[in-house]
Design a protein around this ligand. Structure first.
Ligand SMILES: *[C@@H]1O[C@H](CO)[C@@H](O)[C@H](O)[C@H]1NC(C)=O
Ligand SMILES: *[C@@H]1O[C@H](CO)[C@@H](O)[C@H](O)[C@H]1NC(C)=O
Ligand SMILES: *[C@@H]1O[C@H](CO)[C@@H](O)[C@H](O)[C@H]1NC(C)=O
Ligand SMILES: *[C@@H]1O[C@H](CO)[C@@H](O)[C@H](O)[C@H]1NC(C)=O
Ligand SMILES: *[C@@H]1O[C@H](CO)[C@@H](O)[C@H](O)[C@H]1NC(C)=O
Length: 269
């Protein structure tokens, strides 16, 4: 009787351990992390010849609005500078930047040649972009236009749709936006930090005045790509880190218990 019950007990232990092992074995497959997003493409930044900043005393930042008011015939531009807050931005930049600024200032005459309603049809954001498109975030003297590399980025950004191309001739500097082709018609102001050039046309950026391209997609593209990427995803490189050591050791443990149980059962017979 005692022997029989011991055998039964041993078998019960074996059974319980098998059950536990089975219950544990379908260990959760670790969730695969999402496909890593590719980092955004690096911005190409212009690094023009640095103009040595005056080290000595820091004067009050140059007041662009004041200069334009004094020169006259820039009332529309001044109004835009104020309404878009660009006026304050320019002050800050001139106070803090060693690179300086170059501003292309369209005259009131230039604005009057725009198709009527052009300015009013723009959103606040577009007005701001239009103004920033007239500002190059570095100081460019007239001679430096010869050496800039096109396209030259503006405060509205870099890249063909918000950049300017310059071509120099013996007596003029041509500006081309892709929509506007004009020349610098005079120098309103210049020191070694700020240059303001008069232009007789409003510089129209393609970014605002031509249809947007289908999808610039700077990040990981949607829908169409997965098919192409599938083979890559299937390559063994994908790091499905299964921690097997735990599973292995638990398997050993159960095999050991099973052996003990069998041995005990044999001895008890
Ligand atoms: C710049 O000049 C304009 C016009 O003279 C004036 O209204 C404005 O307050 C000035 N801004 C600063 C920061 O001095
Ligand atoms: C210019 O910058 C200096 C220090 O960076 C700051 O103390 C000063 O207030 C600024 N002036 C203006 C008009 O922003
Ligand atoms: C500007 O110059 C670049 C480089 O020469 C050229 O690829 C681009 O087409 C030009 N853009 C315009 C609007 O002329
Ligand atoms: C821009 O205008 C100038 C003269 O006004 C002309 O020589 C040049 O070919 C024009 N450039 C373009 C890209 O149309
Ligand atoms: C696997 O798990 C064991 C115990 O659960 C732990 O000691 C070990 O560091 C883990 N190894 C890895 C690679 O995660």
């Amino acid at each position: 009787m005692k022997q029989q019950s011991f055998v039964l007990f041993s078998l019960l232990i074996i059974f319980i351990h098998c059950t536990i092992t089975l219950a544990q074995s379908p260990a959760a497959a670790p969730a695969q992390g999402p496909v890593a997003a590719s980092p955004p493409p690096p911005l190409i930044t212009q690094t023009p010849a640095a103009t040595p900043a005056q080290p000595a005393s820091v004067p009050a930042p140059t007041n662009v609005t004041k200069i334009l008011e004094k020169a006259g015939h820039f009332t529309v531009l001044i109004r835009l500078l104020k309404s878009t807050q660009e006026e304050n931005h320019l002050l800050t930049v001139l106070n803090n930047s060693n690179n300086g600024l170059t501003i292309f200032a369209p005259t009131d005459g230039a604005f009057s040649t725009l198709k009527s309603g052009t300015l009013n049809s723009l959103t606040d954001e577009e007005k701001s972009e239009l103004v920033k498109f007239h500002v190059v975030p570095t100081f460019l003297s007239t001679s430096q236009f010869q050496t800039v590399s096109n396209p030259v980025g503006t405060e509205a950004g870099s890249g063909g749709r918000v950049a300017l191309n310059f071509t120099t001739y013996p007596n003029s500097v041509n500006i081309n936006t892709g929509l506007t082709n004009t020349s610098i018609s005079g120098t309103v102001y210049t020191d070694n930090q700020l240059a303001i050039y008069r232009v007789d046309k409003v510089l129209l950026p393609m970014d605002i005045f031509t249809p947007k391209p289908p999808s610039p997609a700077p990040g990981p593209a949607p829908e169409k790509k997965p098919k192409k990427e599938t083979p890559v995803a299937e390559t063994p490189v994908v790091s499905t880190t299964v921690n097997t050591s735990g599973a292995v050791s638990s398997a050993h443990y159960h095999v050991m218990l099973l052996g003990v149980g069998i041995v005990a059962a044999i001895f008890s017979l």
